[in-house]
Design a binder for this molecule. Structure first.
Ligand code: F0G
Length: 425
């Protein structure tokens, strides 16, 4: 049950107790590779099904329920967990109708402890930081990673340090970083530059980086697929649709799905659709150009979570697209906000970036890639409370360049019963 780090390009290996994020020989990204052994019974569906509803750590976490696939060799006592995961899978006819399919499942990762999927990667990342004896952890973030890291670092007794852009960070996320006691540094640089800065600074100061360049993050995020497939009684859907920013999730999903297939938990690989915002679409462009030469972009979108022009996990995402016969689509800010309004209005709710998956599914149905009768699972990555300004701006019709298609106007009335009744009639 040993695990090692391995370069995805040149296969050079490193022990897992090395603090290293890319290959020293060729600069390639690193995978955590587990020796799953030959004992197939350890991965029987029943093993994971029996743990559902467990009240005891670590199996009460929707990440560590799948410990054998996430970090097999780790001592249970070493795990830093906030019982993350265990998020709901919703079958919402109204959203399916909007997207143009017969049924659509929404896997709501905004129901995690800090309101985004990042908690699944942070439980594994901070656990690894603790194993390595780290006292300080850092990340660059568009907001959710920082919120999650701040929480898990505080919980584990470490200092969290976050590098944030000094503009366009959603209020809910900034508030969380401050509230959880992280050292918050607002920098006059975009996310892509902050990513470079945090790696350089952390290297010099001996701080552990917890962005998704850290392969232990992705080991936790794989569990979104494990849990969703378990909720679907291990029957793979035709499509899984996910927003793409730094491409950590897309990368983790590919690895997780392949591992599930290899150990026999699922019988076929679903297809993955990665959705980017039109103004932050480097993977989409690269995909359309046949992966010839990659060009970063200057990112701009209302979905600030994915305002990323130079994704660090690019090569892992490309690998995922190959493994899953995947596709990449782009959607406009208006399409994102309209899809969000439909998801919100169905009572589910999510932040703007999350709505990419539903907006993207709709577009892929319209262009014939996804068929009306296909089974589709869309991942909602963040909670509706994360970005109240975008939500209110949309419904107040105050977002530049966006004409809201699903407005819910706030009504105004004086302290006058007759007037209020007239309004409600
Ligand atoms: N959705 C939300 C709500 C996010 O916060 C992010 C990424 C993504 C989607 C994109 O996921 O990077 O795995 O492709 N947020 C990061 C952050 C970058 O700093 O919080 P990805």
């Amino acid at each position: 049950m040993s695990s090692i780090l391995q370069c995805i390009e040149c296969a050079k290996q490193y022990p897992i107790n090395r603090v290293i994020y890319s290959c020293e020989a060729c600069g390639g990204l690193l995978d955590v590779k587990h020796d799953f052994g030959s004992e197939a019974s350890r991965f029987a569906r029943e093993v994971f099904d029996e743990r559902l509803g467990s009240l005891a750590a670590p199996y009460n976490s929707g990440v560590w329920r799948f410990k054998e696939l996430v970090y097999p060799g780790i001592d249970k006592a070493a795990i830093v967990s906030r019982m993350e995961g265990n998020t709901n899978l919703y079958d919402v006819p109204r959203v399916a109708t909007f997207a143009g399919v017969e049924s659509m499942y929404l896997k709501h990762e905004g129901e995690n402890p800090t309101g985004s999927f990042k908690d699944r990667g942070m439980t594994t990342g901070v656990t690894q930081a603790k194993l390595l004896g780290m006292e300080r952890v850092a990340c660059a973030s568009t907001g959710n990673t920082s919120a999650s890291m701040a929480s898990y670092a505080a919980y584990a007794g470490m200092q969290g340090i976050v590098f944030l852009q000094n503009q366009q960070i959603a209020m809910g996320k900034l508030a969380q970083g401050i509230a959880y006691g992280a050292t918050c540094v607002q920098i006059n640089a975009d996310f892509d530059r902050n990513m470079e800065l945090v790696r350089e600074v952390s290297d010099r100061l001996g701080i552990y980086v917890l962005n998704s360049i850290n392969p232990f993050r992705l080991e936790g995020q794989k569990s979104i697929m494990f849990e969703a497939l378990q909720q679907l009684r291990w029957q793979a859907p035709d499509w899984i649709v996910v927003p793409g920013g730094n491409l950590g999730n897309s990368s983790a999903f590919g690895k997780g799905l392949l591992e599930m297939y290899e150990v026999g938990l699922i019988d076929r690989m679903p297809r993955l659709a990665i959705i980017q915002a039109e103004g932050a679409n480097p993977l989409y462009r690269h995909f359309r150009a046949g992966f010839k030469s990659f060009e970063p972009v200057n990112a701009q979108t209302i979905a600030t979570a994915i305002k990323i022009g130079n994704p660090v996990n690019l090569q892992k995402a490309i690998r995922t697209l190959e493994w899953t016969s995947g596709v990449v689509e782009q959607v406009s800010d208006e399409q994102i906000m309209d899809a969000k309004a439909v998801i919100d209005g169905a009572g589910i709710g999510c932040e703007p970036a999350s709505a990419c998956s539903v907006a993207g599914a709709k577009k892929l149905v319209q262009n014939g890639t996804i068929k009306r009768g296909d089974s589709v699972l869309a991942v909602l990555t963040g909670n509706v409370l994360k970005d109240p300004e975008a939500t209110i701006g949309y419904h107040a019709n105050q977002l530049a360049g966006i004409t809201p298609g699903y407005r819910n106007r706030i009504l105004q009335a004086d302290d006058n019963i007759a007037e209020i009744i007239r309004l409600l009639e």
